[in-house]
Design a protein around this ligand. Structure first.
Ligand code: AMP
Length: 217
């Protein structure tokens, strides 16, 4: 049995055509069925539905052989026990530092002011500001980071930005790009040895589908 860990929403939807290339079509829509284990058109393959930030953990411990996770999530997880053989080039966004429109970020950086930074991405933020030799106080949040600068919890946030609409709607501006983000195929290292033929087959087909789509665009 091959188990693939996916999260609902954008990653699920954008992964479907790539899995379909390998003959893997889910038997149900997780949005409507609410099931957490979904069969597929291939009797030897099932999909489990987990929180995006939990996908690397299921794959790390071998509860899933394969998974799809954003680079943002993988950096926070650390990548232990995982192969990351393939950038699927889906769910693209950018990891950004953002502040209120009326906050002088460049001035604060230059003067060496100690900033409070609210984020779900603590590891990413820590590495970014350490590389800039900036002293920051990181405040861990689990969502709605955009609120933090508006109510005085922090001067800056680190968050993923796609269209920029959420920042704009809350009077925030992006001031620094940390990383370009996209979703990666991840594989349990032991499973790749034990189920080599099956997993390599899926990997090769998905890799060809990604390359084919790139060629078509
Ligand atoms: P935006 O299109 O910039 O308004 O994005 C709105 C929100 O959607 C962001 O604050 C993120 O929390 C989330 N988001 C957008 N794109 C992604 C992505 N590729 N991965 C994870 N979260 C995302």
């Amino acid at each position: 049995m091959i188990t693939i860990a996916l999260s609902k929403g954008r990653i699920f939807e954008e992964t479907l055509p790539l899995l379909a290339a390998a003959g893997i079509v889910p038997a149900e829509d997780p949005e409507s069925s609410r099931k957490l284990i979904i069969g597929t058109s291939r009797p030897d393959t099932r999909i489990i539905i987990v929180r995006a930030s939990d996908v690397p953990t299921y794959v790390q411990y071998g509860a899933a052989d394969l998974g799809v996770a954003g680079k943002d999530v993988l950096v926070e997880h650390g990548g232990e026990g995982l192969y990351q053989p393939l950038d699927l080039e889906i769910a693209r966004c950018r990891m950004m530092v953002a502040v209120r429109g009326d906050f002088d970020y460049a001035g604060a950086v230059q003067s060496g002011a100690r900033l409070r930074v609210a984020t779900k991405y603590v590891q990413t933020a820590r590495e970014h500001f350490a590389a800039k030799r900036m002293h920051v106080d990181l405040i861990k949040l689990y969502g709605s980071m955009e609120l933090a600068p508006l109510v005085g919890l922090a001067e800056a946030i680190v968050d993923v930005v796609s269209s920029g609409n959420t920042l704009r709607a809350n009077g925030l501006v992006p001031v620094e790009e940390i990383d370009a983000i996209s979703a990666r195929l991840i594989v349990n290292q032991a499973a790749l040895k034990l189920k080599h033929a099956e997993l390599q087959g899926i990997l090769d087909t998905v890799r060809a589908a990604v390359a084919g789509r790139r060629g078509a665009s």
